[in-house]
Ligand binder design. Structure first.
Ligand code: IPM
Ligand code: MG
Length: 407
């Protein structure tokens, strides 16, 4: 009996070691690819910008529809002139992904790659025990396949002086091997976290470049490098190294636990400007920041890579709201914010700014139409109409200025 058990353990150790070896080899290959210098696509130099729209699942269908409607209105001239083209991509639903047993079916990936930028509604991520096969998250797969390494999430509360820009590393950390953990025997499970030199470098540099372009004076790196010494240690050392190249910008480092507390501290929180961090910390911290802004339904997210960019809500597809028949009352602000980020990215800065100001007035200042997520509040459609009213109002700029000054 004793010998038989030992034999079993030896076998699973051997299997685990072999899997680990494979993982290491793959990561070395990935890092080599990262080091080859792919140039950035210059969106302003393209004759036509192809905008893919994936409605997603659950409340995604309703809120994407509203965001797309607003985008189409703002880009009407560009579409008429042929400098922008919309393409509807319908195959990213959980039903279709489950049918193909793939996070992103091949034909859908092909269509995504034919676009320059993508507006993506929330997609359902299967979880052990639910009705779906346990396929990988479509978000995570898309970030990897299109190498969307920077997840940029702005959180902005003008009346409290809060203007945070989160730069979440989006392709490695705890996510890169999140579906590849190893069980050894019955009692031990191991997951992996990976931080690479070029992976850390590119996100940290982007955060510093953003800070420089926006005249920000501070970049905050968030890690747990006192405990997770190897991977987070590399990330924080890289941040220190890169900060040397930006003399006008101060770098400070906070550990993730105290950082979550400090975002709630009114005496300190408005001092944070640009924050950069590994994947999982960014996932957690940006939900907290969005909640401070008014809920996860109010926050949009830009997933930026060198050749593609994808814009989405920071939240999921809210199956509970759908089951309870409340999908039409979902807050479309997250997807509308994502659309504003998309407009910035393709160089439509004036429309982007108008949309952001309209959202500030609707969500934070005037609040004439209020969403509750239930029938006692507005529908997503009515709310999008309200935002559109402000976008097209000639008094938008002046009204926004007045509100901000009178904070
Ligand atoms: C996000 C989401 C995703 C993530 C999920 C849906 C896979 O929470 O975009 O923050 O964990 O990154
Ligand atoms: Mg998240």
């Amino acid at each position: 009996m004793y010998i038989a058990t030992n034999q079993l353990i030896d076998n699973s150790v051997d299997t685990a070691v072999e899997k680990f070896r494979q993982i290491i080899l793959e990561q070395l290959q990935r890092v080599e690819k990262l080091m080859s210098d792919t140039p950035w696509t210059d969106f302003k130099a393209l004759d036509t910008i192809e905008i893919g729209v994936c409605p997603g699942d659950g409340i995604g269908i309703e809120i994407s529809k509203q965001a797309q409607r607003i985008l189409e209105i703002l880009l009407k001239d560009a579409t008429d002139q042929g400098s922008v083209h919309f393409r509807l991509i319908e195959g990213l639903t959980i039903e279709n992904r489950a049918k193909h047993h793939k996070a992103i079916p091949d034909d859908v990936l092909h269509e995504l790659k034919a676009c320059n930028v993508i507006l993506k509604g929330p997609t359902t991520t299967p979880q052990k025990g639910d009705q779906w096969p346990n396929i990988e998250s479509a978000n995570v797969a898309m970030r990897r396949e299109l190498d969307l390494f920077a997840n940029v999430r702005p959180v902005h509360i003008p009346q409290q002086g809060i203007d945070w820009s989160f730069f979440r590393e989006n392709t490695e950390g705890a996510y890169v091997l999140g579906s590849r953990g190893i069980n050894i025997g019955n009692d031990v499970s191991v997951d992996f976290k990976v931080i690479t030199e070029p992976g850390a470098e590119r996100i940290i540099r982007l955060a510093f470049e953003f800070a420089k372009a926006k005249n920000k004076t501070r970049v905050t790196v968030v890690t747990k490098s006192n405990i997770i010494k190897t991977t987070d240690g590399r990330f924080s050392a890289k941040a220190r190294e890169i900060s040397e190249e930006y003399p006008g910008i101060t770098l400070d480092e906070w550990y993730i636990d105290i950082m979550t507390a400090k975002l709630l501290d009114p005496a300190r929180r408005s001092d944070f400007q640009v924050l950069v961090m590994p994947n999982l910390y960014g996932d957690i911290l940006t939900d907290e920041a969005a909640q401070i802004q008014g809920g996860v339904g109010t926050a949009g997210s830009a997933n930026i890579g060198k050749n593609w960019a994808m814009f989405e809500a920071i939240h999921g597809s809210a199956p509970r709201m759908v089951d309870e028949g409340r999908a039409q009352y979902a807050d479309p602000s997250s997807m509308i914010k994502a659309s504003a980020l998309l407009l910035h990215h393709i160089g439509q800065v004036e429309s982007a700014t108008r949309l952001e100001k309209a959202l500030d007035i609707c969500a934070q200042f005037e609040r004439k139409v209020v969403l509750t997520g239930r029938p006692n509040g507005a529908t997503a459609e009515a709310y999008a109409d309200y935002v559109l009213e402000w976008v097209t109002n000639p008094e938008l700029e002046a009204t926004w200025e007045q509100y901000v000054k009178g904070k």
